[in-house]
Design a protein around this ligand. Structure first.
Ligand SMILES: [Zn+2]
Length: 182
């Protein structure tokens, strides 16, 4: 079992004081339910879950506070295990594509999809994809202020997010920036 949900601040602090400061311990049970719903409700979700669970290290899931100023994201391995998923549950519930709510479970599995990419590719190819894919963003965005690795995102959407959307009957984004939070 290589996915570990951090359910309390104390548990997170024991691993990393800095990361723990972004959470308040709320929402962890709900995020845990999303983790189960993704693998039980989608064949692709199960592939992602099983792959990430089988990685040699541990992927930590931190449910972060809405007011932490951070969006959900995957942090590649630096200090901890095989990487960290920050998940902003409250923010995820405001996610919409063309006005239609975008399920938090798919947003969570999007981040786990990045963990799968990292596991498949290793650090060298991951870095190469991130660098090669950095296209300037022309659309104004409060979320993404810097050039973003769009090749990485396109691959993650194509192989992980879009199949999950189909399997779970969700609206899909046409391009990465179509997901808006309010
Ligand atoms: Zn992403």
């Amino acid at each position: 079992m290589a996915i570990q949900m951090l359910k309390s601040v104390g548990e997170a602090q024991a691993l990393d004081e800095g990361y723990a400061s972004f959470m308040d311990g709320t929402g962890a049970n709900e995020v845990e339910d999303l983790l189960a719903a993704g693998k039980d409700g989608s064949a692709t979700g199960k592939v992602i879950y099983d792959y990430v669970s089988g990685l040699p290290g541990t992927i930590y899931i931190f449910p972060i506070r809405q007011d932490s100023g951070l969006g959900s994201q995957y942090l590649e391995p630096r200090m901890m295990g095989s990487g960290v998923v920050f998940f902003n549950l409250s923010m995820s519930k405001t996610g919409k594509i063309g006005g239609t709510p975008f399920p938090p479970v798919i947003q969570l599995y999007h981040e786990l999809g990045h963990a799968k990419q990292y596991g498949e590719w290793g650090p060298k190819q991951w870095d190469a994809v991130c660098q090669a894919g950095k296209a300037p963003i022309t659309e104004s965005s409060v979320r993404l202020k810097t050039p973003y690795p769009m090749v990485l995102e396109s691959d993650n959407m194509k192989r992980h997010e879009f199949p999950m959307c189909d399997e779970m009957g969700s609206v899909k984004r046409g391009n990465y920036m179509d997901l808006k939070f309010s």
